[in-house]
Ligand binder design. Structure first.
Ligand code: C2O
Ligand code: CU
Length: 501
């Protein structure tokens, strides 16, 4: 394995230490005896012998990691199957004016003239082809948030592609490997372009979709409007940087301030939620509707989970399984955001009409969710410290391990190797940390083991919190890891993971 020893985060680089530790703690006494015998013969031979032994008898920690890797291999595929068909779309990014339900029209930047952009749907097993046409006054790209795309399709300027200049176009082509709820947005001046309205949902349907009565997609976003009622054109302000990014006063679901959704008693709804806000976190209370969470960040959970305790941080998605109760005719269920001290109704489900028969089937799950028993006892491979410093154009810069993006050092991960990583938030602000092209599982918070039976691509860190995650990187390439509070990202809180040999 040439070079593996040089990689700071490689699982193999640890082998010698682990073997020595095992020897010291008395693991396999006969091995220890033979090591001692060799040691007296000379230091070099000692090292060589332990290295050979590492091949023959893996120490317990390596065994565990190998077992974790085997568990992951069952959870989701490393490769997509050859596509059975292609679905093509065109996304025209351009300035436009859209009506609003609570005031004069808004000047926005939009995909195909609408905010949120169109919902793109593709079936698992099909190829997606999207032609982006840039009619904006700035360069742009599209990033497919949460989708395990080939690296060149990831939409990161200067890392995976050149930015698409005004008047130019670029075609993204890939075969999704996972079914689920994903979204897309520019990765150039994100804090401005996303806030102006450039985002949309990508749904990768199951190969055989489940017989829900209906599917709903709710895109949550907040808008900061100026006194003139237009989008406040001051982006990435010092205030935004000193806080949790840009929080707007106009909270919308699918562009409406209090979305009303009609429903029939007995209906079983699959509700796909996505938070496309620059900084705002939602914590939705569905009251008596009591939904089950069936997917987090696109991927099915190990089983249906209650909604309590789930936040929707910027970038996150949740899929809910909701049955509208029989006998609820005339009811209006309020969906309330309780993340801040000021609860806020974001939508209502209004029940009327004659009852329909509830489709009966088990909620979808991932039956092969890894357990990774004992994972929090494994040594840490990577630590990312999150903090701010004075300096930069705007007076404040957000850092990962004391570095901003232009100074970053990539974290190298060996493909297929189980890895334990830690985010440590040394600041008093929120940081929803997002990894491109990979899924991970939270295994501890503030040093306490937790059991989250699901994957994520984005995890929220609260003030001074530490979160340990584990993953088996499968997708090769250069992937960003950054805070999804877009102002924090635009002021430096971005680094890079390189997955390879
Ligand atoms: Cu939605 Cu780089 O992320
Ligand atoms: Cu942040």
């Amino acid at each position: 394995m040439p070079g593996a020893q040089d990689m700071p985060n490689s699982g193999r680089a640890r082998s010698n230490h682990i073997i020595l530790l095992s020897v010291l703690t008395g693991f396999a006494l006969s091995i220890a005896a033979s090591c001692r015998a060799n040691k007296s013969a000379g230091g070099d031979e000692y090292v060589q012998t332990t290295a050979e032994l590492a091949e023959e008898i893996p120490p317990p920690q390596d065994l565990l990691r190998t077992q974790y890797e085997a568990e992951l291999a069952e959870a989701y595929p490393s490769d997509a199957l050859p596509a059975t068909a292609t679905r093509s779309f065109e996304l025209r990014a351009a300035p436009t004016t859209i009506p609003r339900d609570d005031g004069p029209p808004l000047e926005v930047w939009a995909y195909n003239g609408q905010v949120p952009g169109p919902v793109l749907r593709v079936r698992l097993g099909e190829e997606l082809q999207v032609r982006l046409i840039n009619e904006l006054p700035q360069p742009t790209t599209i990033h497919w948030h949460g989708v395990r795309v080939p690296n060149a399709m990831d939409g990161v300027p200067g890392v995976t592609q050149d930015p698409v200049q005004p008047g130019e176009s670029f075609t993204y082509t890939f075969v999704p490997k996972d079914a689920g709820t994903f979204w897309f947005h520019p990765h150039v001046r994100g804090a401005e372009q996303v806030e102006r309205g450039l985002y949309g949902v990508l749904i990768v349907e199951d190969a055989t979709p489940l017989p829900y009565s209906r599917e709903e997609v709710w895109v949550l976003d907040d808008w900061r409007l100026g006194n003139d009622g237009l989008i406040d054109p001051h982006f990435v302000t010092r205030h935004d940087l000193a806080h949790d990014g840009r929080w707007g006063q106009r909270i919308t679901v699918n562009g409406e301030t209090e979305l009303r959704v009609p429903a029939s008693p007995g209906e079983r709804i699959r509700l796909r939620l996505a938070n496309t806000s620059n900084g705002r976190v939602y914590s939705l209370d569905f009251g008596a509707l009591a939904p089950s969470v069936i997917a987090v960040d696109g991927m099915y959970t190990g089983g249906p989970l209650p909604m309590t305790g789930f936040d929707l941080a910027p970038g996150n998605r949740l899929d809910l399984d909701i049955t509208v109760p029989l006998g609820s005719e005339g009811f209006s269920y309020q969906i309330v955001d309780r993340f801040t001290r000021r609860p806020h109704v974001v939508a209502r489900i209004q029940v009327s009409g004659t009852p329909i028969e509830t489709p009966a089937f088990d909620s979808p799950t991932n039956p092969n969710m890894p357990v990774w028993e004992g994972a929090p006892d494994q040594p840490l491979d990577v630590t990312w410290v999150l903090n701010a410093r004075r300096g930069g154009e705007r007076g404040i810069e957000w850092t990962i391990n004391d570095r901003v993006w232009s100074e970053h050092e990539p974290t190298e991960l060996e493909a297929g190797r189980w890895t334990r990583l830690q985010f440590r938030n040394d600041s008093a602000r929120l940081h929803p940390m997002h990894m491109h092209g990979q899924f991970f599982k939270v295994i501890a918070r503030n040093g306490e083991p937790v059991d989250e039976p699901y994957f994520r691509d984005t995890v929220l860190l609260r003030r001074r919190e530490s979160v340990d995650v584990a993953m088996v990187p499968l997708d090769w390439g250069r992937w960003l890891m950054h805070c999804h509070i877009l102002e924090h990202a635009d002021s430096g809180m971005v680094t890079e993971i390189v997955v390879g040999e």
